[in-house]
Design a protein around this ligand. Structure first.
Ligand code: IPE
Ligand code: IPE
Ligand code: MG
Length: 252
């Protein structure tokens, strides 16, 4: 039986977040420039987006570029930005064909003007799609996001739009860049690194983490299925006891 068929389609995560890591090492293993790895990584993005859409996942957040990544050598940053923006632009017809809606989260003010324009036109061109929500985290960092949320909240309190007592956890979530998305149930990081690297810190309070040594350019649908199966074999307790969780499922 194929791995896809062993997945329980009634217990899929609604939101999967992925730290796509290891492009540079993949290229270095082949004695190539790091950008070669980023190019190869695009193929994985295509395959995983297609795989997630086929399964019926509602939200897929891909960490493509962190605010810290701006500090990489200029040639890598320029090459990577061009690749990301070009790819997104070129993929619009495929996204539309597959009913995929594109979102971009991150500090896009840091992007070159032209790149920003192209990105937002791609976002607009897919805005009516109702299938998979594909969130590209670009120039994203969670600490930036949290501080920006605080600034917006303070502003709205000053303007009288909200009061201090209305600031609850759900309201705070709404002020994050992922305000319209549920928290991810599953986070995957490739390349054998065991850290979060400033990704969705607030949103991942109870997310299941899945780490694999596979480098991003080698990551394919099959590997996504493996991660989902692993997730489906876990018990999510949210602070409760196993007995409480079991009793609750029996009562359902
Ligand atoms: C992930 O691959 C892509 C980005 C961070 C932009 P890396 O470029 O970090 O690859 P490694 O970790 O150096 O191998
Ligand atoms: C995290 O990868 C960011 C992205 C995948 C976009 P990095 O390669 O930048 O993270 P660190 O530096 O290893 O923590
Ligand atoms: Mg890396």
């Amino acid at each position: 039986m194929s791995l896809q068929k062993t997945i329980n389609h009634n217990a899929l995560p609604k939101h999967i977040a992925i730290i796509m890591d290891g492009n540079g090492r993949w290229a270095e293993e082949r004695k190539q420039d790091r950008l070669f790895g980023h190019f190869a990584g695009v193929e994985s993005v295509r395959d995983i987006v297609e795989g997630a859409a086929e399964l019926g996942i509602n939200y897929l957040t891909l960490y493509a570029f962190s605010t810290e990544n701006w500090d990489r050598p200029k040639s890598e940053v320029d090459g990577l930005m061009e690749l990301l923006v070009d790819t997104i632009k070129k993929e619009v017809p495929t996204l539309n064909k597959n009913n995929i809606r594109l979102h971009v989260i991150g500090d896009t003010d840091m992007l070159p003007e032209n790149a920003r324009k192209q990105l937002f036109s791609a976002v607009n061109e897919t805005a009516l799609n109702t299938g998979l929500n594909l969130n590209m985290a670009l120039s994203y960092s969670s600490r930036w996001e949290i501080v920006s949320a605080v600034q917006k909240i303070v502003k709205d309190v000053r303007l009288g739009k909200i009061t201090e007592t209305e600031i609850t956890q759900p309201l705070f979530s709404k002020y994050l860049t992922t305000g319209d998305f549920p928290d991810p149930e599953l986070m995957i990081r490739t390349s054998g690194e065991y850290r979060i690297s400033n990704f969705l810190l607030f949103q991942m309070a109870y997310t299941e983490f899945y780490f694999t040594d596979i480098l991003w350019p080698d990551f394919r649908k099959q590997n996504l299925y493996e991660a989902i199966l692993d997730y489906q074999n876990r018990e999510r307790r949210f602070g409760k006891t196993t007995k409480q969780i079991l009793d609750n499922t029996q009562n359902m």
